[in-house]
Design a protein. Structure first.
Length: 528
């Protein structure tokens, strides 16, 4: 097993310590030779910081890191694309600002900026700096250019990190926004003294209002040419990482194709432009290959608390309507904290991705990129509803254990009884429009458990509410609101919902569930 840089953002460390680096320098070369001021939006842990580090190494003239060489550990590192080009490898003064360092208060923000500017001022001989951040930035750019004879490079990583962690605090948002405008506002007027500007974040820069004065940035976030500049494409996976997938497959007693399909189902599916080039989540993919275990890594690492906070501020979300919902192109320009329109927020955060694009209508269809996110989002939505109703861990644990028994032993009765306990503790649901909110909650629960479940399963005569595909059988579930379980079973038969699975080979069980509007719970159920 080769070395994989899980969580390592230093380009120098990756190269000198023998880690695998998927060569992104063709796109780096394109960017630095075809333009100057750029902005890139990508979800967290998608390689933005590594890209910033790579750009810094290029502009610092560190050609040796890009050439082929053997590390002190005896690992051969291949030559990267940019080393084969006519890039001159001149050393430019590079000013870097990384706002992913855990700033929580305005005071911490001010201290970080003051410290960063002070270090650069000392480096470039400014002994009596101004007290105003914008003046300090202008003087710093001037001094750096004068001392080195080269134009200045400015790299800003995760510019919106503090903004995202202060959503809902209007006063703090306003203060931080003003600080950013003051610090980076001069970059536009200083354009003739700048060689390159690159800013990264999660949210589109126009949405925060931070860079309203810096409107010359080229936003490459949704440009097809740069779709794979962060993350790992299918082509990169099956070439640069094929030996490791083969070893992973061998260790698990699977074929290469089966292992690749499993990785694809869990970590692929991100699309960052209308061209829809498949991109794998690099954090989860590298963790899986390194550990040899396909599991939830990106979603479980930090996102649940942030997502629950989002859900608390958004209108109630129906997971069945989120996956496959349409979104106008103009929706992506809504303010990030406009929770009245949550879809762009969920897209930029990495929970949803582009599934299709209608050129005539200039509209996008969004959906979950893969199983890891779909399952994690459903689990988070379930936890949010349970949290709002102060459900205890015992209730959630009981329901999960009942589902595991259902899946393993093909016994449905304990699971239905556990569902009754759960619904008894959830007086408020996703939507309060009769049958649908019970339907939506059941679907959410099944998805959160990782079940193979289909909502509104189409047949020639209608749609089954839920089809649950278990290892030992297929369950057709029909829900009736203020009606009987017999009526639900009758509908399954009359509309032939089970017919499409006649050749599946697994036994088919039809389940009728009756919900009471008065009891707000399952009052009757039958399975045949």
């Amino acid at each position: 097993m080769r070395k994989y840089p899980v969580g390592i953002q230093s380009f120098e460390s990756i190269r000198t310590e023998g880690y695998i680096y998927v060569d992104k320098t063709p796109l780096v070369y394109k960017m630095i030779t075809e333009g100057k001021p750029y902005f890139l939006s990508r979800p967290r842990r998608f390689g933005k910081s590594l890209l910033v580090n790579t750009l810094a190494a290029v502009f610092e003239g560190r050609r040796e890191l890009f050439e082929a060489f053997t590390t002190e550990y005896g690992i051969e590192q291949p030559q990267l694309f940019i080393a084969t080009t006519n890039w001159k490898w001149e050393k430019y003064p590079v000013l870097r600002f990384d706002f992913s360092v855990g700033l929580e208060t305005v005071e911490q923000f001010d201290q970080y900026v003051d410290n960063a500017l002070s270090q650069y001022e000392k480096l470039y001989g400014i002994t009596h700096p101004s007290t105003a951040a914008n003046v300090r930035m202008i003087n710093l750019i001037s001094a750096a250019e004068k001392q080195t004879g080269k134009k200045v490079v400015v790299l800003v990583d995760e510019y919106d990190n503090m903004m995202l962690h202060s959503l809902g605090n209007a006063e703090k948002q306003k203060t931080v926004r003003e600080r950013f405008q003051n610090l980076f506002g001069p970059l536009k007027s200083e354009d003739s003294h700048l060689q390159f500007v690159f800013i990264t974040g999660i949210s589109k820069f126009s949405q925060m209002g931070i860079f309203s004065k810096l409107n010359n940035l080229e936003n490459i976030s949704m440009q097809p040419a740069y779709e794979t500049i962060c993350g790992i494409s299918e082509q990169e996976l099956v070439t640069a990482m094929r030996p490791d997938i083969e070893l992973m497959a061998e260790q698990q007693g699977k074929t290469y194709d089966t292992m690749l399909s499993e990785l694809k189902a869990n970590y692929d599916g991100y699309h960052f432009s209308r061209d829809k080039t498949d991109v794998y989540n690099p954090f989860s993919l590298l963790k899986a290959i390194k550990s040899g275990i396909v599991d939830s890594y990106w979603f479980d690492s930090a996102t649940p608390s942030a997502l629950i906070e989002m859900l608390a501020n958004m209108p109630p979300i129906d997971i069945m309507k989120v996956d496959g919902v349409e979104c106008d192109a103009s929706d992506f320009d809504r303010p990030f904290d406009s929770y009245a329109a949550p879809l762009p927020v969920l897209y930029q955060s990495g929970y949803l991705t582009i599934k299709s694009y209608d050129r005539d209508m200039d509209a996008y269809t969004l959906g979950f990129p893969n199983s890891e996110v779909r399952k994690g989002f459903a689990r988070c939505l379930y936890q949010y509803v349970a949290h709002q109703q102060h459900q205890d861990d015992w209730t959630r644990s009981t329901l999960q254990m009942a589902y595991k028994r259902f899946r393993r032993d093909d016994v449905i009765a304990p699971f239905i009884e556990a569902l009754k306990v759960f619904f008894a503790g959830v007086p408020y649901m996703i939507d309060d429009k009769g049958e649908h909110h019970f339907h939506a909650m059941l679907y959410t629960l099944f998805v959160s458990f990782g079940a193979d479940v289909v909502a509104e399963d189409l047949s020639s005569k209608g749609r089954a509410d839920l089809t649950l595909k278990m290892p030992k059988g297929i369950y057709i579930l029909e829900l009736k609101y203020d009606d009987t379980a017999d009526a639900a079973l009758q509908q399954i038969d009359e509309r032939g919902y089970a017919a499409k699975y006649a050749l599946d080979g697994r036994p088919i069980t039809k389940v009728g569930l009756a919900f009471s509007s008065k009891e707000r719970n399952i009052t009757e159920w039958k399975a045949i």
